[in-house]
Design a protein. Structure first.
Length: 285
């Protein structure tokens, strides 16, 4: 199988998840490599000790997210090829969440997998769920057609493409209301709670008009926001309004996320840049 890493293999807020978020945000911008010392310093700004960070780095290495690489005698880490693809996929989801219009096409995923391949069947269902697909029946799933490429990637990775058929279709014709059908196909209550938790946790993070300073607090606030947010655009397929309850919190959560991005992305990046430059200065001397 090719290396398609699971974007959702760590719980948001955990040390491993925060470390993945820091790596996803800043390791590529740092030239694709970062010293172990710099990673520890950044994680310390999130309240994590060096010992715990090094343990989490070991976990990410075992999961083929990072590789150890020494440069100029300094130990550090770079991304694996699979992790680079995973992060690019995450960028699309996190920063450009999409919403369907009523006329957009859908993709139906039909599969029949024998009992001898039940572990792959379990993995397929898990991965389809984690990219925002809904369950119409055990062997029939549904998603916006914009996700078809990710479905194809999952099927190829699990070597199940020959056991699945994809249909591109217009709005399904259901016996009741589209809202009732969507509530059966997706766990929309759980997705709504994710939005509400995000709003409760980060609603006070939007700064006053004078903006956020370039400090560890701005960095920590931003990383924690991204870490909490990043699973939501995966689980929320961006259904048309006709499929959703009237009090759907998606628009409010998305607006808050964009506000936090506007307020904290640059101060956080400046803090990281200043931290890395300071570390380099110390190393050179």
């Amino acid at each position: 199988m090719s290396a398609v890493l699971d974007d959702m293999d760590s719980r948001p807020g955990s040390t491993t998840s925060l470390l993945r978020t820091v790596i996803g945000l800043y390791l590529r911008e740092a030239g694709g490599w970062m010293s172990a010392k710099d990673i520890v310093v950044l994680m310390e700004a999130l309240g994590t000790s060096g010992t715990v960070t090094r343990t989490a780095l070991g976990r990410l290495r075992k999961k083929d997210v990072v590789l150890q690489e020494t440069r100029d005698g300094i130990p550090g880490f770079t991304l694996t090829e699979g992790a680079a693809s995973m992060l690019a996929r995450g960028d699309r989801r996190i920063y450009n969440p999409t919403s369907m219009s009523p006329s957009d096409p859908w993709c139906l995923v039909s599969f029949s997998i024998p009992e001898t391949e039940r572990e792959k069947r379990h993995q397929l269902r898990r991965r389809l769920h984690w990219i925002g697909c809904g369950t119409v029946a055990a062997g029939l799933w549904i998603c916006p057609d914009t996700l078809r490429g990710e479905v194809e990637e999952i099927l190829a990775d699990l070597e199940l493409r020959g056991m699945a058929t994809l249909f591109v279709t217009q709005t399904p014709l259901v016996g009741g209301s589209l809202e009732d059908a969507a509530s059966k196909w997706w766990d929309l209550d759980a997705v709504a709670e994710l939005y509400k938790d995000f709003i409760r946790e980060h609603g006070s993070a939007v700064p006053a008009r004078d903006g956020a300073g370039i400090d560890a607090g701005a960095f920590a606030r931003y990383v924690q926001c991204i870490d909490r947010w990043r699973i939501i655009p995966y689980l929320d397929p961006g259904l048309p309004g006709t499929f959703l309850p009237e009090d759907w919190p998606g628009a409010q959560g998305t607006a808050l996320f964009k506000q936090i991005m506007d307020a904290y992305a640059q101060p956080s990046a400046d803090f990281v840049r200043r931290t890395l430059q300071g570390s380099t200065a110390v190393t050179v001397s």
